[in-house]
Design a binder for this molecule. Structure first.
Ligand SMILES: [Zn+2]
Length: 86
């Protein structure tokens, strides 16, 4: 069976191929990362899920941090890299 991940945007469980993993690096920046090292969250490759993930507190709670610098800006530049904006 394919391992299922839970999207922090829509809360649906999907296979990892349909999703991206976003990792919190030591510098407080969010990075796209397939590796399972460090704290990370999974989000569907969908614009709506990125929007939902930007709701204040959601990604912070998933990453167990109190706040993230420029969280919305960081998430929108990641979704831009993925071609999800527009
Ligand atoms: Zn989703």
């Amino acid at each position: 069976m394919v391992p299922q991940r839970t999207c922090i945007g829509c809360r649906a469980k999907r296979s990892a191929e349909e999703m991206v993993r976003i990792c919190l690096a030591g510098d407080g920046q969010l990075h796209l990362s397939a590796s399972s090292n460090g704290r990370g969250v999974w989000i569907c490759k969908k614009k709506d899920c990125f929007k939902a993930a930007m709701i204040k507190g959601r990604i912070e709670r998933a990453l167990r941090v109190s706040s993230l610098t420029d969280m919305q800006k960081q998430l929108s530049s990641i979704s831009e890299v993925l071609g999800l904006l527009g």
